[in-house]
Design a protein around this ligand. Structure first.
Ligand code: URP
Ligand code: ZN
Ligand code: ZN
Length: 477
């Protein structure tokens, strides 16, 4: 795509909102970074943007996506190009995607494969590394991956028995090894054995419809695995992060850990805050649209998640963006356990969170920025390059109209998926203009940057301080 790229941009008259502040000022961007922030700046620029009446947020960071993921006999339908572009439309400028090891292969092989896949990204990206087979060979790879390859978070699955699931011994050994170099283990916490048993029982009883997915992934299975993962981290004196937490039972495990002064980093996803398990009662095969793991929960869990965000117990809101079109979902028409798990979410995360969170009075504006951008940057070693509006930070900026109303629909979204899980939802607040590293990426409803514009974000080995804190705490025990 041929575009004249301005090298300087002046954003005038907007209200800058960060995780801590809200104030009116102009922002002068030179090259890829923010050069000056001040009142009534008198500078000339290649491009001037009038942001009066708009908020300016740091670019959103989605800490949990799966682009082109090979999964359950198919691939998620967005690749790095279509998925990161859709993210930009919704104000997400950086994603952290999961490069998941194929059992039997090296970690370095999957990193190379993901660099190849991601070379067409439109938005910026980093990787978590999914470890599905931890052995003496993979152990040797860890040090260089953290210290030289810019990947410092390692994901384990406590579910998907017979596919991605690892055992507790592997988790502990991975924690110990990654902890040595300032890495962190992050986990999908559901008890794979409980789920496996329930799925078999239901199928044997002829219960094949999508709604049984929810019933076979009970709250208890998530709470048990969350508590176990937290205990393993405590035992190995390691920092930890739990992805896509959905329920009160799991949150209670996190609260319990704070009583022994353990820090647990927690992510939830936008769908768990806004949608609930009534959707599994939709007729026919429609419920398959919301088949992901963990599943949607009850209104009491949604309340617990919002409260935990306010209390600082939940730190990030991601998406677990992993779209499958309806033709792909239909692979499980006769067996709910074969429905590819995942849904399209990346484009709507920021606007739905703003509308349901800030506009409805559940969270403050600063909290919105914290959980949609800044905390992910801090936890995953990207701050203050990302997640901040500050001199020297990347000029990843979202100019946002807090009053514009619109209705979410698959007809107008940019994700490569033929349905939208929020179809028909009216939201207040719209991403108008997005800058990615100083270049106007989205303007007037159009993407102005193309395939390959996105850059890999090399993350720091970031948990040395956290680790010291955990060690101090352990020596006090
Ligand atoms: O259902 C989900 N979440 N699909 C993607 C893989 C995962 O568990 O994160
Ligand atoms: Zn997961
Ligand atoms: Zn996921």
């Amino acid at each position: 795509m041929e575009t004249k790229v301005p090298t300087t941009v002046l954003i005038k008259g907007g209200t800058i909102v960060t995780a801590t502040d809200k104030y009116e000022a102009d922002i002068f961007v030179s090259g890829e970074t923010i050069q000056t922030i001040g009142l009534n700046l008198e500078v000339t620029a290649d491009k001037v943007i009038d942001a009066k009446g708009k908020y300016i947020f740091p670019g959103g960071i989605d800490p949990h996506t799966h682009m082109e993921l090979p999964f359950m006999g198919t691939h998620s339908s967005d690749d790095f190009e279509t998925g990161t572009r859709a993210g930009l439309y919704g104000g997400t400028t950086t994603i952290i995607d999961f490069a998941i090891q194929n059992q039997g292969n090296t970690l370095n092989a999957i990193i190379e494969e993901y660099h190849r896949k991601a070379s067409k990204a439109v938005g910026d990206y980093a990787f978590h590394l999914g470890v599905t087979d931890f052995n003496s060979g993979t152990k040797e790879e860890i040090k260089d991956i953290i210290l030289k390859k810019g990947i410092s978070s390692f994901k384990v699955f406590m579910a998907y028995k017979g596919a991605l699931m690892v055992d507790d011994r592997q988790i502990m050994e991975l924690m110990t090894e990654t902890g040595r170099y300032g890495g962190m283990v992050i986990a999908h916490c559901e008890n794979g054995d409980i789920i496996d048993g329930l799925v078999k029982e239901h199928l044997a009883a002829g219960k094949i419809e999508p709604k049984y997915h929810g019933i076979c992934h009970p709250e208890l299975a998530e709470a048990e695995a969350s508590g176990r993962f937290i205990d393993l981290a405590h035992h190995t004196k390691s920092p930890c992060y739990i992805v896509h937490m959905t329920c009160e039972g799991a949150l209670n495990k996190v609260k319990d850990a704070t009583k022994r002064n353990q820090k647990v980093n927690v992510e939830t996803c936008i769908q768990y805050l806004v949608l609930n398990d009534e959707l599994y009662e939709r007729p026919g095969f429609e419920a398959s649209k919301w088949i992901f793991s963990p599943p949607l929960r009850k209104p009491k869990d949604q309340e617990a998640l919002w409260a935990s965000i306010r209390q600082g117990i939940v730190h990030t809101v991601g998406t677990d963006h992993c779209p499958f079109c309806m033709d792909q979902k239909r692979m499980g028409e006769k067996d709910f356990s074969k429905i590819p798990n995942g849904a399209p979410m990346i484009e709507n995360r920021m606007e739905v969170l703003f509308s349901e969170g800030v506009v409805k009075g559940r969270i403050s504006l600063n909290k919105f920025v914290e959980i949609s951008s800044t905390n992910a940057a801090k936890i995953f070693g990207m701050f203050p390059k990302k997640g901040a509006i500050a001199i020297g930070s990347d000029a990843d900026l979202v100019i946002f109209d807090p009053n514009e109303k619109h209705t979410i629909s698959a007809e107008t979204h940019h994700m490569r998926c033929d349905y939208n899980g929020f179809e028909g939802m009216e939201v207040t607040g719209k991403t108008k203009t997005v800058l990615l590293r100083g270049t106007v990426a989205i303007e007037n409803g159009k993407a102005l940057v193309g395939s390959g514009f996105g850059k890999f974000v090399h993350r720091a080995a970031h948990n040395v301080e956290l680790r010291r804190e955990n060690e101090r705490r352990a020596s006090d025990d």
